[in-house]
Write a protein that binds this ligand. Sequence first.
Ligand SMILES: Cc1cc2nc3c(=O)[nH]c(=O)nc-3n(C[C@H](O)[C@H](O)[C@H](O)COP(=O)(O)OP(=O)(O)OC[C@H]3O[C@@H](n4cnc5c(N)ncnc54)[C@H](O)[C@@H]3O)c2cc1C
Length: 378
Amino acid sequence: MESLDAFRARARAWLAEAEPPEVPLDLDSRFTVLRRWQKTLFEAGWVGIAWSREAGGQGLTHSHQLVFVEELVRARAPQPIGLIGLEVVGPSIDRYGSDRQRTELLPRLLAGDDIWCQGFSEPEAGSDLASLRTRAVADGDDLVVSGQKIWTSWAHVAQWCALLVRTDPSVRKQAGISYLLVDMSSPGVTARPIRQMTGDGEFCEVFLDQVRVPRRNLLGAENEGWAIATHTLGSERAGATLRRRVELEVAVDDAISELRGRPETPRVRAALGRCHVAMRVLDAQTRRTTARLVAGTGPTPLDSVDKLVLNDVEQTVLAEIAGLLGPLRAVLGSHPHGLRSQRWVHEHLYSRAASIYGGSAQIQRTIVAERLLGLPRG
Ligand SMILES: Cc1cc2nc3c(=O)[nH]c(=O)nc-3n(C[C@H](O)[C@H](O)[C@H](O)COP(=O)(O)OP(=O)(O)OC[C@H]3O[C@@H](n4cnc5c(N)ncnc54)[C@H](O)[C@@H]3O)c2cc1C
C-alpha cells in the first residue's frame, strides 16, 4: 500500500495543478460548481479513499483519507458537495448493504452522480429519534410510506434518501424501525426548502404521501434499522470532526493573515490566544479519533466526546474571528444575498448549528454520562 508520505506528495502535486473552483455565493450555483468538483475529484481517485474497491473507492485507509482532507483544505480547495452521502449515509450502505445495493448505488454516490439526503428527523422526533412516526406498510413486494421528515439537508436536490420508517408499531419503539433507501423521484415525495439564518435554504421539510418503495431497498432486515441508524450517526460524528479540525485550522490562519497590518491590540491578542488554545485541544482530541478509525473499531460513545469538543471549539473560534473581522452589525440586511457575502459572518452563524445537527450537545452529554461514566439514567 502507498505510504502516507508518498500519498501526501501525490495529493499535493495534483491539487497544485487542479485549479479548484471558486465557490459562488448563490446556493444553486454553489451546488452545480461543487457537484462538478466532486466529479473531478472522483475521476482523479480522490473520493472514497478509504472505501472498498467494489464500492468504487480506492481501498486505502482512513489515515490516507485524512491526509487528503488536510491537503485539500490547506490548498483552499472546497469539499465535494455530496458530504451526506460520503460521510453519513454511504459508510452504512457499504457496511450493511446487499451486493446489489453496494455496486449499484455507491459508485454513483462517490462520483456525485447521485446526491443523497438523510431523512431521520421528524417534527416530533429529533433528539428522541426512536419516536419517529413515518409509517411503512407492506403491500406485495413494496412498502408504502407516509409521513413527514424535517431538517433534511439537500433533500430538494437529492436523488436518494436514507429514510427511517416505522414498520412495526406494536413493539418497543427502537425495535419497530426499518431503514429504507428511497428514490426521491418516486411519486408522492415532496421536498420544500426552509430558509436558515445564514440566508441559505439548504435543508427541507419532506412530505411522503403513499410512496411505494420496493422491499429490495430495505437496508438490512425489516425492523432492524435502529442499529444501522446508530452506525450512520456515529459515522457522521467521526467524519465531520476530522474534517472540521483542518477547516478551522485554516480559518484561523486566514484570519491571522487578514489581521496582519492592523493594530495588535490586547483584544486581538486575547481573541487569537483563545483560538489557539481551543485548536490545540481539538487537535489532541482528534488524534485519538483517527487512531480509532484506522483500527476499524466503528462508532463508539467516544464520538460524542469528539462532537462536544468540536462544537465548543468551532463556536468559540468562529465567534472570536467574526468579532474581530465581522463586522456583524454592519452587514445585517444590507446585501441581496442576506448574510452570505461575508465569509466570517456566514461561518459564525452556521457554527450555531454545530451543537444541534447530528444530535444536540445536551444529548451527547447524556451519552457521555450514561455510557462512558456509568452514571445512573436521568
Ligand atoms: C444545519 C442542520 C442540518 C440538519 N440536517 C439534518 C438532516 O440532513 N437529516 C436529519 O434527519 N436531520 C437533520 N438535522 C436535524 C437534527 O438532527 C435535529 O435538529 C437534532 O437531532 C435535534 O432535534 P430537534 O431539532 O427536533 O430538537 P429537539 O429534540 O426538539 O430538542 C430541542 C432542545 O431540547 C433539548 N433536549 C431534547 N431532549 C432532551 C433530553 N432528553 N435531555 C436534555 N435535553 C434535551 C435538545 O438538546 C435541544 O436543545 C439538521 C439540523 C441542523 C441544525
